[in-house]
Design a protein around this ligand. Structure first.
Ligand code: DOR
Length: 429
């Protein structure tokens, strides 16, 4: 099967190319990039006025399979990814059972091949059952295909366990992804601790809980010389700690979510449970520091923390609702609206953080437009205006704080291994 993407604006963050060109795709790979390529017997996709980028990669997704399919499964989650313009997602192991051994990694990879429409990478648990007591089968899971190790959803309270994990993983050059919020400090709070929580009379989660956890993780990674990746960073203190650690050469990387970049704790005034996330939405000074950190490279990647829950689980009093909401289908629009159309970031910078950088962190052979590479491509209309309607989502998680928001910019086609799997919001089977 041949496909010719005609006259699009190519953006390739790896070499900084930003210009009009054609891409010819043959047998799932990019076979030519250039001007006025002849179509021959290829199907032609007219991309004039559209932006062509390496396929977006979301390194932090909760697919909920196995065991929590009322929230999401591989079929619904990967369709949501395709609708959002993502060609590869990495899924977290806080499922039921926890993905803490090679059989479960293999099973999920197999399920992804039969049921999924985008590439799925698996992240294995750090501790057995994510109980924070005993290391899981780390080597076995990596040999089976796990791309990173994480107890995400939980703070690794036991510093010695984390130290042992880092020591074990150093020779594999595989990162531990840390959910860095000290439980003892933050555990029973529902939102960011600050003036809004005080006014609402709601128990807060102080930002220092995140700062302390990130400081500890950096120190352990530095001591061992191993890689640590900080998930969903949300505090200005953590940004500064990572900035300084990177200057010292510590192997630390970080990701930030679209919601932590664009919403503040003021959103909780609505008592809408869609605003309840871990770590919590913080005040504007933190949001500003996250944007600065993303701009100067302290924060490497944008990741959604797509965390769908069943409707009835979220549809209850704020304190009892689970944390998290579905992010795959709004991420690109939210980022383009708030970071690109405001003039803060170029398209190249955004694609670097949503594709090239996560590919580098997870050592994926993706994130670049080049001849010979797998044809994982996202086609974006940066000017497309639309209103978020969660009823139309592919994900089962219908709660989002962006419901009803007007956004500008959307993926109009998603191509995985040379096949168009989404066009104009329709995901093909
Ligand atoms: O809000 C969140 N929800 N944060 C996490 O780290 C976990 C996630 C979930 O699994 O629901």
């Amino acid at each position: 099967m041949k496909l010719l993407l005609k006259s699009g604006r190519l953006i390739n963050p790896v070499d900084g190319f930003d210009g009009i060109a054609d891409i010819l795709i043959e047998n799932g790979s990019i076979s030519q990039i250039g001007e006025n390529l002849s179509a021959g017997d290829a199907k032609v996709f007219d991309a004039e006025g559209l932006v062509i980028t390496p396929g977006l990669i979301d390194m932090h997704v909760h697919l909920r399979e196995p065991g929590l399919e009322a929230k999401e499964d591989v079929g619904s989650g990967t369709r949501a990814a395709a609708a959002g313009g993502f060609t590869t997602i990495a899924c977290m192991p806080n499922t039921k059972p926890i993905i803490d051994n090679s059989i479960l990694v293999a099973g999920l990879l197999h399920r992804a091949q039969t049921e999924g429409v985008v590439n799925v990478k698996v992240i294995g648990a750090l501790s057995k059952g994510q109980e924070g007591k005993e290391l899981a089968e780390l080597g076995d899971m990596i040999f089976t295909g796990a791309v990173a190790i994480s107890d995400d959803g939980h703070y690794v309270d036991n510093a010695n366990l984390l130290l042992n994990g880092l020591e074990y993983l150093a020779p594999f050059d595989t990162p531990i992804i840390s959910h860095a919020e000290d439980e003892a400090l933050a555990g029973d709070g529902f939102m960011h601790e600050g003036s809004v929580s005080a006014l609402l009379g709601m128990k807060g989660r102080p930002s220092v809980a995140e700062d302390i956890a990130v400081a500890r993780d950096i120190m352990l990674a530095e001591y061992v010389g191993a890689k640590v990746h900080i998930a969903h960073i949300s505090s200005k203190g953590a940004v500064e700690l990572i900035r300084q650690a990177k200057k010292r050469g510590v192997k630390v990387t970080a990701e930030v979510t679209p919601h932590h970049l664009t919403l503040t704790d003021e959103a909780v005034n609505s008592f809408d449970t869609a605003t309840k996330v871990n770590p919590p939405l913080r005040s504007k000074d933190h949001v500003d520091a996250l944007i600065d950190g993303l701009k100067d490279g302290t924060i490497d990647a944008i990741a959604t923390d797509h965390a769908p829950h069943a409707f009835e689980e979220k549809d209850r009093e704020y304190r009892y609702a689970p944390s998290g909401f579905a992010g795959l289908e709004t991420a690109l629009g939210v980022i383009l609206t708030n970071l690109y159309h405001t003039g803060k970031f170029s398209l190249t910078e955004i694609i670097e953080r949503m594709s090239t950088s996560p590919a580098r962190i997870l050592k994926l052979d993706r994130g670049e437009l080049k001849v010979g590479a797998a044809a994982d491509i996202t086609i974006i209309d940066p000017e497309f205006e639309w209103v978020v309607d969660s009823k139309k989502f592919y994900t089962r998680g219908k709660h989002t704080p962006y419901d009803g928001s007007k956004l500008k910019g959307k993926a109009v086609a998603t191509i995985v291994n040379g096949k168009i799997i989404m066009q104009n919001n329709e995901v093909h089977e």
